[in-house]
Structures are given as structure tokens and as C-alpha cells.
Design a binder for this molecule. Structure first.
Ligand SMILES: [Zn+2]
Length: 285
């Protein structure tokens, strides 16, 4: 039996799955990464072997942190410092003798949402809210790419925020007032002095308010049909948090129709499903 393989190459863990031509997962495995390039690559290859059992692999797709050059498959994920300018496409195609596609995790995640939910809406925005914040935008099933193929950074916008501890707002990009600095896992730790799972309901409400203002900007500028939200912080806050943010968006969005906003039903697997999707369908420019 021929199969496809998806890789979710995260900053702390790897998930690998084999799938059939319809994207149904056959077998999956996960492991903590080793924080060393050589052993990380050996581990990924072993995981691919484990889920494919010597069957023919027709394509491999991968999700990884940026920055990267997706056409050439050269990756330098920010949170894996030993991975610097790695020609992953070349390495994997040489090893596995099949096409290999890689893109920024949030671009891959929006494709995961698209393929696995069989969404027919023409404009789909996926937002991941975890340690950091990012998003991917699809138009008619194709990833929207910015200037020179760059990935739009939706977390680095400013909003009219509520914050009990404004002196602690500091974005990792260097700016003082980014949305990501207010609502990401790292931002929450800086502002509230604790992880998201320990936030009080009043603090969750403040985070939802700020997130809603960000959603309002995105809805006004992109006018998507659907916004799907995933990532650890969103999953932790659950549908209540997401719908509180959506209410703030709707209250402040006066001029365009509000998109449907919901929590992704794929949990932590959005990028993995997307990686399988690009293994099967490839990537567009
Ligand atoms: Zn920023």
C-alpha cells in the first residue's frame, strides 16, 4: 500500500503520521525533540520509518516554525537554534526519494483546517494562540503570501487594550504594544505573572477583550468568511474564551459583516493534518 507522511516539527516535540490518499491517518507517533540538528534529523527519519513500515511513500509534508524559504525548503526555525539554513527539502527528497513540501506551521495549519473540515468558504483565516501568536490566510484554498513570499504576522498589530499591568507589555519582536504581547502564552506570563491555566475569570475576560479587538481588525481588513482558532491558550480558554472574544469583535465591527468564529475541532493536530494535506496536494505559490 502506498502512503503519504505528515511531519509537525515543533519547537519542543515532533509528531509524525502516515495517511492514505484521502488524508485519513493510518499510524502516528510523537517524540520530544533533542535540541540538536543531527539527532533531530535522525529522530525524524526513524519516526517516518516507524509509521511507514517500508511501504512506498508518495509524498511528505512538514510544518515548522519560521522563518523559511518554502519553495526551496530551506528552514531556520526560530525556536530551534541548531537548525539554521537547513536545506530540509533536499535532505528529505534525497533520503526518501519522493516529493517533500514544507511551510510555516500556521500556513500548514490553515490547510489542515481546510482539508479536514472540507470547508468550502472562499476566505478562511486560521489563528494559533499558544506560546506566541500567528495565523494563516487561505483564499480559494490557496495560501495568501505577502511581499517576497513573506508570511503575514497577524500577532504584531496594535489594538486599544485593557491591561492590569501595562508596564509588563513587551513584544518579542521589539515593539511595545503588539497584540501578541498581550494574549500569547509568553505575554500572559509577563503581564499576569503566571501561566494561562492559572488565570482568574476576570483575567481571562481581559485576554478575551484584547483578542476580540485583534479579531475585529482582522475581520475589517481581510473580511474572511470563517475564523478558526487553535493553539494551547485557545484550547485552554475553550469555546467560552473564543466566543467572548468573538462578541467583542462583533460589538466593535460596524462596517463589514462579522465572520463565523469558532475553536478548531482538531485540537493540537491542525498542523499535522495540514502536513498530510500538503504531502498529498503540494503547495501553491
Ligand atoms: Zn510584536
Amino acid at each position: 500500500m502506498s502512503l503519504f507522511v505528515g511531519l509537525d516539527i515543533g519547537g519542543t516535540k515532533f509528531m509524525v503520521a502516515s495517511a492514505d490518499q484521502n488524508g485519513n491517518i493510518i499510524e502516528r507517533t510523537r517524540a520530544d525533540n533533542t535540541f540538536n540538528l543531527k539527532s533531530d534529523l535522525a529522530l525524524l527519519n526513524q519516526m517516518i520509518t516507524d509509521v511507514s513500515h517500508g511501504e512506498e511513500i508518495l509524498g511528505i509534508g512538514a510544518a515548522i516554525g519560521g522563518p523559511l524559504v518554502w519553495e526551496q525548503g530551506i528552514v531556520s526555525p526560530l525556536h530551534q537554534p541548531t537548525w539554521n539554513n537547513i536545506p530540509l527539502k533536499h535532505i528529505m527528497e534525497d533520503q526518501w526519494k519522493c516529493p517533500f513540501f514544507v511551510d510555516v506551521d500556521t500556513n500548514v495549519a490553515v490547510l489542515g483546517e481546510y482539508y479536514s473540515s472540507k470547508i468550502t468558504a472562499s476566505k478562511l483565516l486560521y489563528i494559533t494562540l499558544s506560546t506566541g501568536m500567528g495565523g494563516g490566510f487561505l483564499i480559494d484554498g490557496k495560501v495568501y503570501r505577502g511581499l517576497n513570499g513573506t508570511h503575514p504576522e497577524i500577532g504584531h498589530q496594535s489594538i486599544p487594550y485593557h491591561c492590569v499591568n501595562p508596564d509588563a507589555i513587551q513584544c518579542e519582536c521589539g515593539a511595545k504594544d503588539c497584540l501578541e504581547a498581550l494574549i500569547s502564552g509568553n505575554g500572559i506570563r509577563r503581564i499576569y505573572g503566571k501561566p494561562a491555566e492559572e488565570l482568574s475569570s476576570a483575567e481571562w475576560e481581559e485576554v478575551a477583550y484584547n483578542f476580540g479587538q485583534g479579531l475585529r481588525n482582522l475581520a475589517a481588513i481581510l473580511t474572511p468568511d470563517i475564523i478558526r482558532i487553535g493553539g494551547g491558550i485557545a484550547i485552554g480558554g475553550g469555546e467560552t474564551f473564543v466566543q467572548n472574544a468573538a462578541s467583542v469583535m462583533r460589538e466593535n465591527l460596524k462596517i463589514v459583516p462579522p465572520p463565523e468564529v469558532s475553536l478548531s475541532h482538531l485540537g493540537y493536530d491542525t498542523a499535522l493534518y495540514g502536513a498530510i494535506g500538503i504531502a498529498i496536494h503540494g503547495l501553491n505559490d
